[in-house]
Design a protein around this ligand. Sequence first.
Ligand code: AKG
Length: 272
Amino acid sequence: MLTEAQVKQFDEQGFIKGGIVLSEEEVEKLREELDQVMAGETLRKPVLNRNMREKPSEYGVSMSSSEKVVQIVNIWMASDSFFRHAQNPVICEDVAQLCRTDTLRIRHDQIQYKPPVTGGPTPWHQDHPAWPIIQPADLISAWVALDDATIENGCMWMVPGSHKWGNQQKYLTSDDQFMPYHKQPELLPERADIHAVPFEIKKGQVGYHHCLTWHGSPHNKSEHKRRAIAVHYMPAHTRYEPEKNHVMLPYVTVSPGELLQGEHFPVVYRRR
Ligand SMILES: O=C(O)CCC(=O)C(=O)O
């Protein structure tokens, strides 16, 4: 359960740090299963297992293949440990509190692994515009570090308050991995202050961010791995509203305008 001050901070800033939610053993187990899924050794497969730097990304930025960011989408479908992780009661209670809902589904989950030295950047973006099949933009992500995520190994950076500035994705550029650039700042609210801050997260700790918060993460030039699992949770009132293609589109079984539900968007939390 988050304190009132934490909820207020999240509402104002669009992100907050939570507590340590995984023991050493739990981190170790998830790392082992991550290795197996990455190597394609599991019977069940995730939706995606790729190097994000090899193809044009969904954020519309050209890529360099000498760098690597392993992205795995829906590792919960390949690994029971990751599915249990998505149901972590502390995380789910916190997210439900921040979303003001009593029911949570998994929209999808995502590993981002930046290997030592060659780990590439993740461009500045907002999540909701990158997932153009859902409304409203009330989703919250729980990002759990499987290694200490530090400035040196490519932790995320966040722009405080940016979740209140609407969909600005097409104006965001990623020339500077530590500070986003907005091509038409006159379109932003008068007092909008584009100033990114590092969001360092300890191994086993969770950080929460709103689906409109501007964020990105730079290279990992350090000698240390940077592994993390983000579960993108949607509150029960989230509807299927397709605008563009998305990797989860083939898994949708409802009609436009209906609540997004079905076996690939499982309920992981109901308040009793
Ligand atoms: O892991 C990262 O560096 C980026 C993850 C991200 O963009 C997200 O969880 O929304």
